[in-house]
Design a protein around this ligand. Structure first.
Ligand code: ADP
Length: 162
């Protein structure tokens, strides 16, 4: 059985993330969406429990995708769950360098873990959780960018403006 992990902050999960997860789930027997419990250098809007709940709800119809949260290094967690592939998404612009260096470090630390980057769908190239939160906090229309459960969660965080 081939198991892959798709790690990230998912604060919150967006349709861009879901597109990558869905496509990766067609390649592997099982895809684990791994939610960092405490991402470094990021201020979170949603708690770990909320991020997991939103992601689980968003993928509930796909039996090949599991959502978990984890602490510590992704490579250590991947070993624990017997995942040999780490999936990441690549948007145009800044992602490549970040993913490339991440892959180099992981190759050194975890030679058995292969990193697979899938190109973002064209309609989600510009979509990041941080930009989404900014738009939602200022009352922007986020329809079509997130599942409805996430849109509702953003509205309840930001009040009527969202
Ligand atoms: P991280 O803090 O690890 O960057 P994110 O939750 O921001 O976590 O993203 C997780 C992964 O999903 C990263 O590989 C990121 O490049 C990718 N990703 C984020 N948004 C999109 C998108 N709109 N389309 C494709 N991939 C995306």
């Amino acid at each position: 059985m081939t198991i892959a992990i798709y790690p990230g902050s998912f604060d919150p999960i967006t349709n861009g993330h879901l597109d990558i997860a869905l496509r990766a789930s067609r390649i592997f027997d099982k895809l684990i969406i791994g939610i960092y419990d405490r991402p470094s250098e990021k201020t979170l809007l949603f708690s770990t429990r909320e991020r997991v709940r939103l992601a689980r709800e968003a993928v509930k119809d796909n039996p090949k995708i599991e959502v978990v949260s984890y602490k510590g290094l992704t490579g250590d967690y991947a070993r624990k769950v017997h995942a040999h592939v780490m999936v990441r998404g690549l948007r145009m612009g800044g992602d490549f360098e970040k993913e490339f260096t991440l892959s180099m470090m992981n190759r050194r630390l975890y030679p058995e873990l292969e990193q697979l980057c899938l190109m973002s769908a064209v309609e989600y190239q510009f979509l990041s959780s941080s930009l989404l939160k900014e738009a939602a906090s200022l009352g922007g229309d986020i329809e079509g960018l997130v599942p409805s459960i996430v849109a509702r969660a953003l509205i309840s965080k930001y009040g009527n403006k969202g």
